[in-house]
Design a protein around this ligand. Structure first.
Ligand code: GUN
Length: 295
């Protein structure tokens, strides 16, 4: 069997089109959803992410507020900026780009964001709301994975899902979302005994460990859906290449469906950030939530 390749780039374009449609409807009511992105320092990868977020935000018709701060910005100054964004009615979503320089307390800064504007879903209140099955802001990457899985499978209830990776940003929220859709969920990680057989029990296998090509085809059940969250840069034949956490060439022969790297989960993350900003704008104004853009 050769797997169906799930085209994340095309799917993200449909999500962005839906977002743009909702933005136009909100603008007709006199409301422009606004996203504020805060970048401290000049980390090259973070600069690329922030530039892409800005361009995508403008493209769907939303307002984009960029705050680029010096690397030696004090915690007090950053907290004051977050407080001012919390109070600004033009700002519906706030994202503080991570990682922050080491002299800044990331947890304190993230937990100072108004939870209703926390479009990353990282605030402790949103983590607790998601964990208890209540309405929350949901982290963008796992939300994107959930959208792709719902699109491919329809209903997910009763399926065995294995999430490899236990990060706060992807693994744990992914597991909560799959539980919310009534999957039987296992969280596996680098210390899991006999990882291969745990993975082979999965109808849905989500790889989010950050280890290049760790999940090989022999670890995949025939016909399973494989979602590869990994983005790893490796040297191959003297060239720099991007590979996932899944060994694509072997897994594609066994899986029923698989996301490629690049062009799978990656494009969904920014699309879901835009979706979360529209959701936050609707909630802030007592309007119905956009359908198909939330968990
Ligand atoms: N750095 C890399 N990915 C992310 C993300 O999704 N959110 C934030 N805030 N920082 C990041």
């Amino acid at each position: 069997m050769t797997a169906k390749v799930i085209d994340g780039k095309a799917f993200a374009a449909t999500v962005r089109a839906k977002v743009a449609h909702h933005v136009a409807a909100l603008k007709a009511k006199g409301l422009t959803p606004g996203l504020a992105v805060v970048l401290v320092g000049e980390d090259p990868a973070s600069q690329v992410y922030v530039r892409n977020k800005h361009a995508s935000t403008i493209e769907v018709g939303m307002a984009s507020f960029e705050h680029k701060l010096q690397i030696d910005t004090s915690e007090a100054d950053l907290l004051a900026l977050v407080e001012s964004l919390n109070a600004d009615p033009k700002v519906h979503g706030i994202l503080v780009q991570l990682p922050l320089p080491s002299h800044l307390n990331s947890e304190l800064i993230i937990n100072t964001i108004d939870p209703s504007k926390d479009v990353d879903g990282f605030h402790i209140s949103n983590v607790g709301l998601l964990g208890t099955g209540q309405k929350s802001m949901v982290p963008c990457t796992p939300l994107g994975c959930l959208m792709m899985l719902r699109d491919h499978h329809g209903k997910l209830a009763g399926l065995n899902a294995v999430v490899v990776g236990r990060s706060n940003i992807v693994g744990k929220p992914m597991a909560q979302l799959l539980l919310g859709d009534s999957c039987t969920v296992t969280i596996a990680h680098s210390r899991t005994k006999d990882l291969a057989s745990v993975c082979r029990s999965a109808d849905i296998l989500v790889a989010a460990v950050g280890r290049p090509e760790m999940i090989t085809g022999d670890m995949v059940k025939s016909g399973a859906t494989v979602i590869d969250v990994g983005i790893n840069r490796v040297e191959r034949d003297g060239k720099s290449r991007l590979v996932g956490d899944v060994h694509y060439a072997s897994a594609v022969e066994v899986a029923g469906a698989i996301t490629p790297v690049p062009g799978g989960v990656g494009p969904m993350t920014i699309a879901c950030l835009l979706a979360n900003t529209v959701t936050a704008c609707c909630r802030a104004n007592g309007l119905a939530e956009p359908e198909g853009l939330t968990a």
